[in-house]
Design a protein around this ligand. Structure first.
Ligand code: SF4
Length: 51
């Protein structure tokens, strides 16, 4: 489990109760490959939709 990662994206298969992330690690990227200037311009690439 990624340590101390809080996430509210509950449509992700790694999401767990309490806004915890169950992925062993996460990869955060800039939104659409552009240089990020604030947190809203970053994305979690580890996201996978719940089936
Ligand atoms: S993998 Fe990313 S989107 Fe999914 S729960 Fe973890 S931090 Fe959130």
């Amino acid at each position: 489990m990624a340590k101390d990662v809080l996430c509210e994206v509950n449509s992700c298969k790694y999401w767990a109760a309490g806004n915890n992330c169950n992925a062993s690690s996460i990869y955060v990227v800039s939104h659409r490959g552009k240089q990020a200037n604030n947190s809203e311009e970053t994305d979690c690439k580890t996201f996978e939709p719940k089936i």
